[in-house]
Each structure stands twice: as C-alpha cells, then as structure tokens.
Ligand binder design. Sequence first.
Ligand code: SAM
Length: 185
Amino acid sequence: MIMNKDYWVDYYQRIGYLGPSDFAKFCVDRFIRYYHHVVDAGCGDGRDLRYFEKFNFKVSGIDCVPNPNPNVIVQDIGEAKFNCDVVYSRWMLHAIDKETEDNFLRNVYDGISLFGLLCIECRSDTDDRAPILDNHYRRHINFERLKEKMIALGFKIIYAGEQRGWSVQDNDDPLLIRIIARKIV
Ligand SMILES: C[S@@+](CC[C@H](N)C(=O)[O-])C[C@H]1O[C@@H](n2cnc3c(N)ncnc32)[C@H](O)[C@@H]1O
C-alpha cells in the first residue's frame, strides 16, 4: 500500500506539466507502437499517458492521485487487475513496498495478453548518490533480483539495462533500471 497521496498531489501542483519522459518515447519507438491497449500504472499527472494518446492505441491509467482524464482510475496499484496488452510503469516501483510490488507483478502477468509487455523504469538500489528522503516513501530496486522475480513469474526479459543518463534534470542524474519483459506462456 504506502501511497503518500498528499505528497504526490502537492508535488504535481508544484512541478506543473513536464512533457513526456524519455522512457515513454523509448518504449513507443522500440516496443509498444503496434500493441492495442496500454495501461500506465502509476501514471501520476499523466505526462506519459498524454503522449501515448497521440498514437494509435487505447490508453488508460491507474494512480492513487485523482486525474481529470476519464481514462485514469484511482486505485491502489497492488489491488489493480489488468486486461490489456502492455503495462507501462515509470518510477512507480520504487514508490511502493515489496508486498505491493509482488501483487502488482503477479497481477500484471495474469492480466496481460500472451506476448504482452511489462515496461518498467525505476531507481536502482546501487545508486550511492541517491538522496535520503524523509517526506515520502522510496525503496530503491535491485536490478538482478527484479529480473529474477520477473523470470520466475514467466516473463522473458527482452531488454534490460541499468545506467545513468536516462533522466537528467538539473543536478540530478539517477542510476536507473529499465526492463522490458514479455509474457511468453
Ligand atoms: C515518482 S511518481 C511517477 C509518476 C509518473 N509515472 C512519472 O513518471 O512521472 C510515482 C507515482 O506512483 C503513485 N503511487 C505510489 N504508490 C501508489 C500505489 N500504492 N497505488 C497507486 N499509485 C501509487 C504516486 O501517486 C505517483 O503518482
């Protein structure tokens, strides 16, 4: 569970609309362009969801923060059931606890279509420059353990990387994990 809803509502009011992330562009260009239905899990203010809407697929979103977009539902991601081809999730995995992560990954696997995709970008736990926070929950993710967990569920990893330079903003250049996984059985 752990949602820090008030923190996120305030955060989106403060930062304003940032435009689509590089990860959203990367996923559209290389992986999800020809799928039918994409769900943005932990879509926040909808920065990437709005970008996805420019393409020819159905898009919906889930977040604990309300969004004026009628295709976004307010729900705890650990309880969400999926019925789509692609689940896209940027910077959400490190905002939830381990139990929520386990439920989320299992529900994605059960709910996406055969050969459907799970696309994840999150902060790595080997980032020794990561700031310590006291105002909202952050649980950095271990690259190897996440891949193993996804493979054990039945996913095939079709892309995996861990590096800096993927989301540079002002003085912040976090060490990030990207995993694109396909449901194969
Ligand atoms: C770092 S933001 C990322 C937002 C967006 N994907 C992006 O890349 O800008 C994390 C998001 O996860 C949402 N979130 C955190 N815990 C959640 C939960 N248990 N259920 C649903 N959403 C949650 C927060 O409300 C927030 O919008």
